[in-house]
Design a protein around this ligand. Structure first.
Ligand SMILES: CC(C)CCC[C@@H](C)[C@H]1CC[C@H]2[C@@H]3CC=C4C[C@@H](O)CC[C@]4(C)[C@H]3CC[C@]12C
Length: 404
């Protein structure tokens, strides 16, 4: 930054110049995160289509509610699982890479598929970039053995005021077959901390609602260093019957702690029912097909040359390899316009209405299906997945009997 602002130790001295010009450039950026050009050391080799996997790196926690007969406890286990995903979603890059990084901006039709195999059986992930302008990523994660299905989509709207502020548009919807139950999960806004010192990380703002069709809602409030709690990545949550958000005596469970370290869930009598340690919880690795067996639209295959160039720190190769992808995309769009056709999404379809969600949004203050979309409501299309061609034919076997 211009003038006497202190630069921290995080930016290596040879990068200080590029970092301060980057900061100057984003101060006037237009809200489209993908248009931002960042210095090499802050570029990630991972595309946003891969981020969908963060919902299920601990499949045991995702499927746990499916084995719980008590509806209140079930809703509490959904809350526990959701809280457990936050660290992967929002802090895993700084932990692995030393700071938040700028992800690769997915192209239309980009895919990311994989599965987790563990004691819970097979949990399958399908993620697809369903829109490029505005960028929207849709995903579907399911475990047939336990009858658990999660699907959703997300997009980001960014603004700049002192730092980068990001509003998330979209939702996640969890379905439990056995109880024919749905949970609508809203996505919290976030901002970037420590941008000036070059060690950016994510802090969450405001709240998340998890509205269950069984009549229970959880609200999670987030706060960070600058807040009363004074703690990084802090959370405070309550679970209550629909419509009773303001009634303290109606609270069934509470959760307190941080999403990067530990939190506890207590019942109405203040007895601890869960202590969760985010640092100790074992993760199941996601299995992804080797690059040579992947479809050309699969993210790691499609971005390989760009990723290699970034890893070498070769900015000019990074730029020219990105141009190859962009030009291919431009040519496809031109061809589609000439043929008056639209790009066919492989696994998702747009719908006009999503009644399950509309209903559950009633218990989200200010929430609505209209505010939840950008470029359409996207749902997993079982029919498309069942008819999937190689290398994805195995999906048809999984979906043979359809979803309940
Ligand atoms: C790090 C600085 C320099 C660049 C800013 C990069 C921006 C584009 C990055 C930083 C943090 C990122 C977010 C981190 C986590 C998630 C949750 C995931 O489920 C959807 C994408 C989303 C919402 C990311 C969108 C892109 C994001 C906002």
């Amino acid at each position: 930054m211009a003038g006497g602002e202190q630069e921290g130790v995080a930016v290596p001295s040879q990068n200080k110049g590029s970092w301060s010009s980057f900061l100057k450039s984003i101060a006037s950026f237009n809200g489209d995160l993908s248009s931002m050009t960042a210095p090499a050391f802050i570029l990630s080799t991972t595309s946003l289509t891969e981020f969908s996997a963060y919902w299920s790196e601990m499949p045991g926690l995702l499927v746990a509610p499916a084995n719980e007969p008590d509806p209140q406890k079930r809703a509490m286990l959904v809350l526990k699982w959701f809280l457990s995903t936050l660290k992967q979603q929002y802090a895993s890059r700084n932990e692995k890479l030393g700071s938040e990084k700028k992800p690769l901006n997915p192209f239309l039709g980009e895919l990311f598929l994989g599965k987790w195999e563990d004691a819970e059986g097979e949990t399958q992930l399908v993620s697809e970039q369903v829109s490029h302008h505005p960028p929207v990523t849709a995903y579907s994660i399911w475990n047939n053995k336990r009858g658990v299905r999660l699907q959703g989509y997300n997009a980001q709207k960014a603004t700049f005021s002192r730092t980068i502020h990001v509003k998330q548009v979209g939702h996640a919807l969890l379905h439990l077959d056995k109880y024919n139950e749905d949970y609508l999960i809203t996505l919290p806004p976030l901002h970037i901390e420590s941008l000036i010192t070059g060690s950016p990380y994510v802090e969450l703002n405001k709240s998340t609602y998890i509205v269950g069709s069984n009549g229970y809602t959880s609200r999670i409030d987030y706060s960070g260093k600058g807040w009363v709690s004074g703690t990084k990545n802090a959370l405070s949550a309550i679970m209550y019957p629909h419509g009773q958000e303001k009634d303290k005596s109606a609270v069934i469970y509470t959760a307190e702690g941080t999403w990067t370290d530990t939190f506890t869930i207590k019942d109405a009598k203040k007895n601890t029912v869960v202590t969760y340690n985010a640092k100790r919880e074992p993760k199941t690795p996601l299995t992804v097909a080797p690059i040579e067996q992947q479809d050309p639209l699969e993210t790691r295959r499609a971005w390989k040359r760009v990723a290699d160039a970034i890893m070498k720190g070769d900015m000019s190769a990074t730029g020219s390899e990105k141009t190859v992808i962009e030009e291919r995309q431009r040519a496809l769009r031109k061809q589609e316009a000439a043929e008056k056709k639209e790009w066919e999404r492989r696994f998702f379809s747009k719908v006009d209405r999503l009644p399950v969600c509309e209903k559950l949004f009633k218990d989200v203050p200010g929430g609505s299906m209209e505010a939840d979309q950008t470029g359409g409501i996207w749902v997993f299309d079982q029919e498309k997945a069942r008819n999937a061609k190689p290398p994805f034919s195995a999906l048809s076997e999984q979906l043979k009997n359809g979803w309940k």
